[in-house]
Design a binder for this molecule. Sequence first.
Ligand code: FAD
Length: 283
Amino acid sequence: MESQKKYKPAFSIEFFPPKTEEGKIKLRRTREELARLNPAYISVTYGAGGSTQQGTLDTILEIKNAGIDAAPHLTCVGSTKENIKALLQTYINNGISRIVALRGDMPSGMHEMGELRYASELVEFIRAETGDHFHIEVAAYPEIHPQAKSATADLEHFKRKVDAGASSAITQYFYNADAYFCFVDDCEKIGLDIPIVPGIMPITNYKNLARFSEMCGAEIPRWLRKHLEDFGDDVASLRAFGQQVSTQLAKTLLEQGAPGLHFYSMNQADSTQAIWHELQLSN
Ligand code: FAD
């Protein structure tokens, strides 16, 4: 963890683009509440295959216009270099200077991989087209990406993204701090030296969390799963317990030198706010 301790911790938040008018109004309220925390930046996810392209741009511009640093996610799967170049130019024209570069997952029904196969190729492309304009975030997987052949192969592929010009990384969420510490130590051993910020997924709904974790390869440890199952329909108790677990995890990570936290807010203010206040986080 030594290499991480020299970075000033940065605390950021993630949204997804709302699909309905009601969702847009709700997200505006969430954004106003979370803006009071003074996040380092707010990022907005992007549907692979460009399905939420306009929604991502609209949400990013609202955040930017509210005076907050905004970071669009950008995926390359199913896309062309021309499309990506045009989108990068749109972001540059709108004063955006931070981007989260990802491969994405092929949406069902789509068969063309796209011109860039991996996130490392996307990072290389962004650097070739726009030089040092963007601070580029990439994804990291302390519990190993589900499609990786091995932990070693996944680490090598992460190294490619750093070598291609990534500025820092955000991890997939996890509930086992040791997975993160081990990953960071492995990165250190092969000379990787960028901030690797843990992603925190507040626990608010067990069924959704279990389904999503299954898909993205994040492990819910047995003890945690068993407790969450016990709450059944008692949402208030589940949230209170989830908050305690996430706060303790975040505290442990920061005490050991994690260079910040990235909150997967799920467009809700409460859990992120509660953890933020409890740990007295500030940028
Ligand atoms: P990559 O780094 O390209 O890795 C993908 C897989 O390919 C890994 O298994 C890796 O080991 C392997 N690999 C990489 N390079 C090579 C190579 N040269 N040869 C062989 N194998 C290789 N998805 C979205 O659709 N939209 C979002 O906005 C979004 N935001 C995210 C934000 C964060 C912080 C994280 C952690 C994930 C996000 N995702 C998002 C999900 C992400 O798109 C998926 O996890 C996707 O499967 C992998 O994307 P990646 O950028 O990590 O891919």
